[in-house]
Design a protein around this ligand. Structure first.
Ligand SMILES: [Zn+2]
Length: 412
């Protein structure tokens, strides 16, 4: 029996988080995107760590790094314990990464043949969607949700996903082969930093996730007329002024309706100092506790965008790039996570709703999912200031291990 508050695993995890942070495409800061050279390098590192704890390893058809520890007999269905290794630009060291490394540490506490199922660790290659603008590519491939048209997606240099996959050593026509058969799965667990301040304000290290927000991403384009800056006000159709007004309206409406909304990208054409922008294109990430709430907020936003476009003589185009319903964590697996946290000494684990999306959302299409949240300082994530306590990481590994044992007890 492993001792609680064993910090050895946590120390190893913290060191590995630092080690992985060095694999970045940015000279100053962390960025690691799907199908990049850095992706290949961290997969190779994770492969070594998985082997070290006795797992058979492989990289699947979508570039996800996988490892498997057999159960009582070879070939049993598997409990997946997973998260992602890709990052946003200017990322921290823990988002996604902590979940993968904790999963490997848990396997290090198990022995082959011990459990009534196999345990597989998956390090997803794309959760954030940073490179191709579409999220959860790795987990959606595993969940049998791969859309062949995604190979035509391009990154900011114009390189297609198809070509990037070839460069990475994958066969882009066979990415869908990463799909798992639901009959071969027991369920899915994921540990992740909270990305919010609720655990910290409650003085808790860990929390049980109840469900994951319904999220939607849209690309919004306003088209007016590019004209020289000598053009009088009344003749202007300035797409950037329309976008500015639209973005402020989005904040007002989303705040009033309690739906987290973010405009994180904007681009103008022709992008010249003395030319009125003829086109402005920006992103909208909109979330809510339920799909109904989210869509009600979007309907109000859309009405306002149409009004703004109309008033300025602009045309409005909206393209949806991502949409996911709220995902509810499965009752039994959620109870296993709760039991895991209780095993660390927190008798009444805090339950929280996840505003952020996670790989678990995609995997929910093929098996039951549950998540464990780990406190992070100030609720900061997707930023270099992302920070976790080594004590909390130790508790997370203990809880995740105990949760896997609770799942095993149910299957015995
Ligand atoms: Zn993440």
């Amino acid at each position: 029996m492993t001792e609680l508050f064993d910090r050895r695993d946590a120390n190893v995890i913290m060191d590995r988080c630092d080690e992985l942070a060095a694999y970045t495409s940015l000279p100053d800061g962390i960025e690691r995107v799907y199908l990049s050279p850095e992706h290949a390098r961290v997969n190779a590192l994770a492969d070594g760590w998985m082997r070290e704890v006795g797992m058979d390893t492989w990289q699947d058809a979508a570039g996800n790094q996988c490892g498997r520890l057999e159960g009582r007999v070879p070939g049993l269905p598997a409990l997946l314990v997973a998260s992602h290794l890709d990052t946003v630009p200017g990322a921290g060291r823990y988002d996604g990464i902590l979940g993968v490394l904790s999963a490997i540490a848990v396997v290090g506490r198990l022995t082959a043949g011990e459990l009534p199922f196999a345990v597989e660790v998956v390090a997803f290659g794309d959760e954030e969607g940073t490179r191709f603008g579409t999220t959860l590519l790795g987990s959606r491939a595993l969940a049998g949700q791969w859309n062949p048209e995604w190979t035509e997606l391009t990154d900011h240099t114009g390189e297609t996903l198809w070509d990037a996959a070839i460069g990475f050593g994958l066969d882009p026509s066979r990415i869908a082969d990463a799909a798992r058969d639901p009959a071969t799965l027991v369920g899915y667990l994921e540990a992740h930093i909270e990305q919010g301040p609720r655990l910290e304000s409650a003085g808790r290290a860990l929390g049980v996730v109840t469900s994951i927000a319904a999220a939607r991403r849209l690309s919004i384009t306003l088209v007016g007329e590019a004209r020289h800056c000598a053009t009088p006000w009344e003749l202007r159709h300035d797409a950037l002024l329309g976008a500015s007004e639209a973005i402020v309206a989005i904040e007002r409406i989303a705040r009033a309706n309690g739906s987290p909304a973010t405009v994180g990208h904007i681009r103008v054409e022709p992008d010249a100092v003395n030319v009125i922008p003829g086109l402005a294109e920006f992103s909208l990430d909109l979330r809510d506790e339920s799909a109904e709430g989210r869509d009600a907020t979007w309907a109000l936003i859309l009405t306002d965008l149409e009004r703004i476009a109309d008033a300025r003589g602009l045309t409005l185009e909206v393209t949806e790039t991502h949409s996911a319903p709220a995902v509810h964590c499965a009752t039994e697996l959620r109870d296993d996570i709760r039991a895991g946290i209780i095993a660390t000494g927190d008798e009444h684990p805090l339950e929280l709703f996840s505003i952020a999306g996670h790989d678990a959302m995609a995997v929910a299409a093929i098996t039951d999912v549950a998540m464990l949240f780990v406190r992070c300082r100030g609720g900061i994530s997707h930023h270099a200031d992302e920070s976790v306590l080594v004590e909390d990481v130790a508790l997370a590994v203990d809880a995740l291990h105990a949760a896997v044992l609770a799942t095993a007890a149910r299957h015995s």
